[in-house]
Design a protein around this ligand. Sequence first.
Ligand SMILES: [Zn+2]
Length: 167
Amino acid sequence: MVFYALLCNVDGDGSCSFLSPQAEQLLKSTDIGLVLNLSLREEVLVQKCMGRRLCRHCGKNYNVADIHLAASADGRPEIVMPPLSPPPECAPHLETRADDQEEVIRHRLEVYKHESKPVEEAFRKAGLVIDFELTAGIPETLPRLMPLLESYVGRHAYDRAYRTGHR
Ligand SMILES: [Zn+2]
Protein backbone atom coordinates (compact mmCIF):
# COMPACT_ATOMS: atom_id res chain seq x y z
CA MET A 1 0.00 0.00 0.00
CA VAL A 2 1.24 3.47 -0.80
CA PHE A 3 0.66 6.08 1.83
CA TYR A 4 0.92 9.76 1.07
CA ALA A 5 2.05 12.23 3.67
CA LEU A 6 1.57 15.90 3.15
CA LEU A 7 3.84 18.47 4.76
CA CYS A 8 1.69 21.55 4.61
CA ASN A 9 3.27 24.90 5.23
CA VAL A 10 -0.01 26.72 5.29
CA ASP A 11 -1.02 27.09 8.88
CA GLY A 12 0.66 26.62 12.20
CA ASP A 13 -2.50 26.02 14.17
CA GLY A 14 -2.42 22.25 14.16
CA SER A 15 -4.19 21.58 10.88
CA CYS A 16 -1.26 19.29 10.00
CA SER A 17 -1.17 17.81 13.47
CA PHE A 18 0.05 14.38 12.42
CA LEU A 19 3.41 16.04 11.83
CA SER A 20 4.61 15.59 15.35
CA PRO A 21 8.31 15.41 16.20
CA GLN A 22 7.95 11.62 16.31
CA ALA A 23 8.87 11.39 12.65
CA GLU A 24 11.23 8.49 13.10
CA GLN A 25 8.48 6.52 14.78
CA LEU A 26 6.09 7.40 12.00
CA LEU A 27 8.61 6.33 9.39
CA LYS A 28 9.13 2.99 11.12
CA SER A 29 5.51 2.22 11.76
CA THR A 30 3.89 3.46 8.55
CA ASP A 31 4.45 2.54 4.95
CA ILE A 32 5.09 5.99 3.50
CA GLY A 33 5.77 6.03 -0.20
CA LEU A 34 6.00 9.71 -0.94
CA VAL A 35 6.06 13.01 0.92
CA LEU A 36 4.87 16.10 -0.88
CA ASN A 37 6.48 19.19 0.60
CA LEU A 38 4.47 22.20 -0.50
CA SER A 39 6.12 25.55 0.04
CA LEU A 40 5.07 29.12 -0.45
CA ARG A 41 7.20 32.24 -0.13
CA GLU A 42 6.84 33.42 3.41
CA GLU A 43 5.79 36.97 2.59
CA VAL A 44 2.93 35.55 0.50
CA LEU A 45 1.95 33.12 3.22
CA VAL A 46 1.77 35.95 5.75
CA GLN A 47 -0.31 38.12 3.37
CA LYS A 48 -2.67 35.21 2.69
CA CYS A 49 -3.13 34.49 6.40
CA MET A 50 -3.81 38.16 7.08
CA GLY A 51 -6.32 38.22 4.23
CA ARG A 52 -8.53 35.46 5.60
CA ARG A 53 -12.13 36.44 6.29
CA LEU A 54 -14.96 34.42 7.73
CA CYS A 55 -18.62 35.19 7.07
CA ARG A 56 -20.40 35.27 10.42
CA HIS A 57 -23.68 34.70 8.62
CA CYS A 58 -23.04 31.55 6.55
CA GLY A 59 -19.66 30.35 7.87
CA LYS A 60 -17.89 30.44 4.49
CA ASN A 61 -14.24 31.40 4.21
CA TYR A 62 -12.85 34.05 1.86
CA ASN A 63 -9.51 35.70 1.28
CA VAL A 64 -9.12 39.34 0.39
CA ALA A 65 -5.34 39.23 -0.21
CA ASP A 66 -4.50 40.02 -3.82
CA ILE A 67 -1.02 38.65 -4.45
CA HIS A 68 1.04 39.59 -7.45
CA LEU A 69 4.71 39.20 -6.70
CA ALA A 70 7.25 39.61 -9.49
CA ALA A 71 9.95 37.00 -10.00
CA SER A 72 12.87 37.69 -7.69
CA ALA A 73 16.42 38.51 -8.75
CA ASP A 74 17.62 35.24 -7.20
CA GLY A 75 15.45 33.23 -9.58
CA ARG A 76 12.27 32.59 -7.61
CA PRO A 77 9.20 32.51 -9.84
CA GLU A 78 6.42 35.06 -10.14
CA ILE A 79 3.48 34.43 -7.81
CA VAL A 80 -0.07 35.31 -8.78
CA MET A 81 -2.89 34.57 -6.34
CA PRO A 82 -6.02 36.63 -6.82
CA PRO A 83 -8.39 37.18 -3.89
CA LEU A 84 -11.21 34.77 -3.12
CA SER A 85 -13.76 37.55 -2.87
CA PRO A 86 -17.01 37.24 -0.93
CA PRO A 87 -20.34 37.64 -2.73
CA PRO A 88 -22.28 40.83 -1.91
CA GLU A 89 -24.57 39.04 0.56
CA CYS A 90 -21.58 38.00 2.70
CA ALA A 91 -19.67 41.28 2.49
CA PRO A 92 -21.40 42.97 5.48
CA HIS A 93 -20.78 39.95 7.72
CA LEU A 94 -17.06 39.38 7.28
CA GLU A 95 -14.77 39.03 10.25
CA THR A 96 -11.08 38.39 10.75
CA ARG A 97 -9.88 35.65 13.05
CA ALA A 98 -8.58 37.28 16.21
CA ASP A 99 -5.21 35.54 15.88
CA ASP A 100 -4.66 36.42 12.21
CA GLN A 101 -2.35 39.29 13.17
CA GLU A 102 1.06 39.56 11.54
CA GLU A 103 3.01 39.06 14.75
CA VAL A 104 0.96 35.98 15.70
CA ILE A 105 1.23 34.54 12.19
CA ARG A 106 5.02 34.98 12.15
CA HIS A 107 5.24 33.30 15.54
CA ARG A 108 3.10 30.39 14.30
CA LEU A 109 5.44 30.05 11.33
CA GLU A 110 8.50 29.91 13.59
CA VAL A 111 6.84 27.21 15.72
CA TYR A 112 5.87 25.34 12.59
CA LYS A 113 9.40 25.46 11.17
CA HIS A 114 10.94 24.38 14.45
CA GLU A 115 8.57 21.43 14.85
CA SER A 116 8.34 20.29 11.26
CA LYS A 117 12.01 20.57 10.28
CA PRO A 118 13.06 17.31 11.98
CA VAL A 119 10.13 15.54 10.34
CA GLU A 120 11.00 16.92 6.94
CA GLU A 121 14.66 16.00 7.36
CA ALA A 122 13.80 12.44 8.37
CA PHE A 123 11.63 12.03 5.29
CA ARG A 124 14.30 13.67 3.15
CA LYS A 125 17.01 11.32 4.41
CA ALA A 126 14.72 8.44 3.50
CA GLY A 127 14.57 9.81 -0.05
CA LEU A 128 10.82 10.34 0.06
CA VAL A 129 10.44 14.09 -0.38
CA ILE A 130 9.24 15.88 -3.49
CA ASP A 131 9.49 19.65 -3.12
CA PHE A 132 6.87 21.72 -4.85
CA GLU A 133 6.75 25.51 -4.75
CA LEU A 134 3.31 27.04 -4.95
CA THR A 135 3.13 30.03 -7.28
CA ALA A 136 -0.60 30.30 -7.88
CA GLY A 137 -4.01 29.26 -6.58
CA ILE A 138 -5.44 25.74 -6.56
CA PRO A 139 -7.04 25.87 -10.06
CA GLU A 140 -3.67 26.77 -11.64
CA THR A 141 -1.61 24.52 -9.38
CA LEU A 142 -3.42 21.19 -9.73
CA PRO A 143 -2.69 20.80 -13.47
CA ARG A 144 1.04 21.24 -12.67
CA LEU A 145 0.98 19.05 -9.61
CA MET A 146 -1.06 16.05 -10.68
CA PRO A 147 1.19 14.88 -13.56
CA LEU A 148 4.19 15.20 -11.27
CA LEU A 149 2.51 13.09 -8.60
CA GLU A 150 1.33 10.54 -11.12
CA SER A 151 4.85 10.10 -12.47
CA TYR A 152 6.18 9.45 -8.95
CA VAL A 153 3.31 7.16 -8.03
CA GLY A 154 3.80 5.07 -11.15
CA ARG A 155 7.54 4.81 -10.55
CA HIS A 156 7.05 3.91 -6.90
CA ALA A 157 4.46 1.24 -7.67
CA TYR A 158 6.77 -0.24 -10.29
CA ASP A 159 9.80 -0.24 -7.97
CA ARG A 160 7.83 -1.93 -5.25
CA ALA A 161 6.38 -4.58 -7.55
CA TYR A 162 9.86 -5.21 -8.97
CA ARG A 163 11.41 -5.60 -5.52
CA THR A 164 8.72 -7.96 -4.28
CA GLY A 165 8.35 -9.88 -7.52
CA HIS A 166 4.65 -9.05 -7.85
CA ARG A 167 4.67 -7.66 -11.34
ZN1 LIG B 1 -21.98 34.49 4.01
